[in-house]
Design a protein around this ligand. Structure first.
Ligand SMILES: *[C@@H]1O[C@H](CO)[C@@H](O)[C@H](O)[C@H]1NC(C)=O
Length: 209
């Protein structure tokens, strides 16, 4: 009996691991791809997603002459990460720095979404023109605050909106976007119509464990 149970467990673990490996092999068709860069492309297995933040409350702002305008030099050298990448190409996703302490590399994940054409839940920000959107990314299953990059996709006028790259109050499962539309002259109730179809496209890089 004991032997039979042991054999069954071994068989299950073996089957699971073979299946996982097969899937991994299938997916090895390069999950990260660079179509064009500033320099000549390297091989696909050298491609990598790397993400970071200058950090809440600790960003090194330097004065640009007047005490108001500033600049920031962002370090993405990650020398240690480069060595690890060479050793183990499995980690094509790397987070150099996040809003919270890093987890292990194999917990890093890239997750992307959109709030959707014509279905984005715009909420009035006081005047029927400026709006905000609460974006749900709970499906990514992040356990720590990810690094979030956004843009606004749509059919017209969104190029004059303000706030299209500003991420507010990010949590592991959500963030908020405010859009100032006075310049664009588009009212909240028009944003989901055929002429506009504004929606928030986002890419988040974070830890799932
Ligand atoms: C985009 O907006 C224009 C009006 O600016 C409209 O004529 C056109 O049908 C819209 N395109 C799509 C694909 O909805």
């Amino acid at each position: 009996m004991k032997v039979a149970v042991t054999l069954l467990v071994v068989l299950c673990v073996f089957t699971w691991s073979v299946d996982a490996k097969r899937k991994q092999r299938k997916n090895k068709a390069f999950q990260t791809q660079i179509l064009s860069g500033e320099e000549e492309n390297s091989a696909n297995n050298c491609a990598k997603v790397c993400s970071g933040t200058t950090g809440r409350g600790v960003t090194d702002y330097q004065d640009y002459n007047d005490g108001v305008n500033v600049y920031v030099d962002v370090d993405m050298s990650g020398v240690d990460a480069k060595r690890k990448q060479r050793k183990n190409k499995a980690f094509q996703t790397q987070i150099l720095s996040g809003e919270e302490e890093n987890s292990a590399n194999n917990c890093a994940k890239v997750c992307s979404g959109t709030t959707g054409r014509r279905v984005t839940d715009y909420q009035d920000y006081n005047d029927g023109v400026n709006v905000f959107v609460d974006v749900d990314m709970s499906g990514c299953a992040f356990v720590k605050i990810p690094n979030v990059v956004i843009s606004v996709e749509g059919n017209s006028s969104h190029w004059t909106a303000l706030g299209t790259s500003s991420v507010y109050i990010a949590t592991p499962s959500s963030f908020r976007v405010y859009l100032a539309n006075s310049e664009a002259g588009v009212k909240k109730d028009q944003l989901n119509t055929e002429s506009y179809q504004w929606n928030i496209d986002w890419v988040a890089v974070g830890f799932t464990c």
